[in-house]
Design a protein around this ligand. Structure first.
Ligand SMILES: [Fe+2]
Ligand SMILES: [Fe+2]
Length: 203
């Protein structure tokens, strides 16, 4: 299966596609959307660091997430370069309504491994949605440099998505992970459906 095909399949896991109006509005708000994107990369790096600190005894997890921290921070740096090279302003972080709502869905309590599964599935979902949005940006923006940039990031985030799911299935019972993943997918579709379509946000 080609990369394109497998990624398409992976993205099809999402239950609701992004509102087609989003990408056009985002293009008109490049400064805000790039700023928001930079903070998404920062949060991706921070969340992997938190997992490493919390689950330091899980060797494969630590060894897998450590290079991802560097990659996400590399993405942050590259987004910042896009902002600077366009003479745009790197703004303040905003409240991330999407992530706040997903965090509320994390099951509290349970075993340590159950908590790990919740966190990994939430991360996988954010990667999947980011991947879907980067694909839209890559296909629809007019700026050739940004098209290429978002294509490359789409490939990278698709890889992270797979990694998070695989880690969850390694440390927890795969059938439990699959069942919970479907619940996460359904919940995320609901969150997307109810969020206002805004061009100054990646999500
Ligand atoms: Fe990233
Ligand atoms: Fe990522």
């Amino acid at each position: 299966m080609s990369w394109e095909e497998s990624t398409r399949q992976k993205m099809l896991n999402l239950k609701l596609p992004t509102d087609p109006r989003w990408v056009g509005i985002a293009e008109m708000n490049l400064q805000d959307v790039l700023t928001d994107h930079a903070y998404c990369e920062q949060k991706a790096a921070s969340s992997c660091i938190s997992l490493i600190l919390r689950f330091n005894d899980l060797d494969e997890l630590v060894d897998t997430l450590t290079p991802i921290v560097a990659e996400e921070w590399g993405h942050f740096e590259r987004v910042l370069e896009q902002i600077r090279s366009r003479g745009l302003k790197f703004g303040f972080p905003r409240k991330d309504e999407y992530v706040v709502q997903l965090t509320d869905f994390v099951k509290k309590g349970g075993s340590r491994i159950q908590q790990l599964t919740e966190q990994l599935l939430m991360n996988a979902l954010i990667e999947a949605r980011s991947c879907e949005r980067f694909k839209l940006l890559s296909s629809n923006l007019t700026d050739p440099e940004l098209k290429k940039f978002y294509y490359e990031l789409m490939v990278s985030e698709a890889g992270h998505y797979v990694t998070f799911i695989e880690l969850a299935r390694k440390y927890d019972a795969p059938e439990k992970v699959n069942k919970r993943w479907n619940e996460w997918l359904a919940f995320e579709a609901d969150v997307i459906k109810n969020l206002e379509v805004r061009g100054d946000r990646i999500h």
